[in-house]
Ligand binder design. Structure first.
Ligand SMILES: [Fe+2]
Ligand SMILES: [Fe+2]
Length: 357
């Protein structure tokens, strides 16, 4: 949800601070800045009347997600208000697991809270409409999609569509360059990569003049292209170095795994499924998993492949320096010359690259 513009004198945006049993003192320390109440009460009774609707723009859940009662209450409340409020998680115990949980619950952003000052700073930023400057609001949706994959859950078409639409909307608001910068600053790993590929694909489709329907397929395919990585061991996925031959063999199964998962757990269009399976195929037949070549590779897949390769080149990885947009574009041309990528599509992509330079 975005802040709406108003002709009336601006009021500070309302912030509700919900705290768990261990965070009572923290919340009291912010009593002059925000209405506060226990998370369990919020989950049970909903927003207090003076905040419901017009004046409340952000909710801060302050607590420890390892506390089962806290996690249950936050999940119930966040589910009930998904898409209506910006949800900030001020976590008193923060680690990879807690961060993942928070995003799976729909977090707009996650902030570590170690003292009253941290919480006051967060609430103050929110009251001044600043806390989004350092975040990307679609990140929670990407996390949610990957978590559903990891758990083997059904992937709802609405969730995928909403995530794609959010990316398109965000890029139209801030521009692709700024959007990629935000993604890069705040998220690591596979879903950061998927966000980058999705952002590039969304912008690419727009530059190619795609219809709304084709634009949706392209964004969806980009969003899901690496969903199969949800089934690859983290030790390989997060390895801070180059993969050995065996690890490469394992990671390459993500195309088949992703395709298999989506076929069984989602209502994807066959074109989208095909590009999830085929996004590492190359026109000269040197790709995987099936060594397809030329006309055997559909246009949608070719577009995803270009975005995927380009994204990997400009991304920060522990073992390599990212290429500049221009250097990455030159590498794409090398691949065109080698017969691996579609020259016409790469030329069209260079219009996008110009926006990043
Ligand atoms: Fe991939
Ligand atoms: Fe990828």
């Amino acid at each position: 949800m975005r802040h709406s513009a108003s002709a009336e004198p601006p009021k500070p945006p309302g912030v509700l601070l919900a705290y768990d049993e261990d965070s009572v003192a923290l919340a009291r320390g912010c009593g002059d800045l925000a209405t506060h109440m226990p998370i369990t009460q919020l989950a049970r009774d909903g927003l207090p009347r003076q905040l419901a609707g017009r004046d409340c723009s952000a909710i801060v859940y302050c607590g420890n997600l390892r506390n089962i009662a806290t996690a249950r209450a936050i999940r119930a409340h966040a589910n009930a208000v998904a898409g209506t409020y910006r949800l900030y998680f001020g976590l008193t115990r923060i680690d990879h697991w807690a961060r993942t949980q928070a995003f799976a619950f729909g977090a707009t952003a996650v902030h570590p809270i170690t003292c009253v000052e941290d919480l006051r700073a967060l609430v103050t930023q929110l009251r001044h409409g600043q806390a989004d400057e350092c975040t990307t609001i679609s990140s929670g949706q990407f996390h949610g999609i990957f978590t559903q994959g990891q758990q083997g859950d059904w992937l709802s078409a609405d969730v995928v569509e909403a995530a794609g639409e959010t990316v398109i909307e965000e890029i139209e608001t801030v521009g692709i360059g700024e959007w990629l910068k935000r993604v890069r600053q705040h998220h690591q790993g596979t879903y950061q990569h998927c966000m980058t590929v999705t952002g590039l694909a969304a912008r690419y489709g727009r530059l190619l003049g795609f219809s709304q329907r084709d634009q949706r397929f392209l964004t969806e395919a980009a969003l899901l292209h690496d969903i199969g990585k949800a089934f690859i061991p983290l030790a390989i996925l997060d390895k801070p170095g180059r993969l050995d031959a065996n690890e490469l063999k394992i990671i390459r199964t993500h195309t088949v795994e992703g395709h298999r998962y989506l076929e069984a757990h989602a209502n994807c269009d066959p074109m989208v499924l095909e590009s999830v399976l085929g996004h590492h195929e190359l026109l000269d037949g040197s790709g995987y998993p099936n060594g397809l070549s030329g006309g055997q590779i559909a246009d949608l897949t070719r577009l995803i492949t270009i975005c995927d390769i380009y994204a990997a080149m400009i991304e920060q990885r522990p073992y390599k320096v990212p290429l500049t947009p221009a250097a990455a574009a030159a590498e794409l041309e090398v691949m065109v010359a080698a017969g691996k990528l579609d020259g016409a599509l790469v030329r069209a992509f260079s219009r996008l690259e110009a926006e990043l330079a």
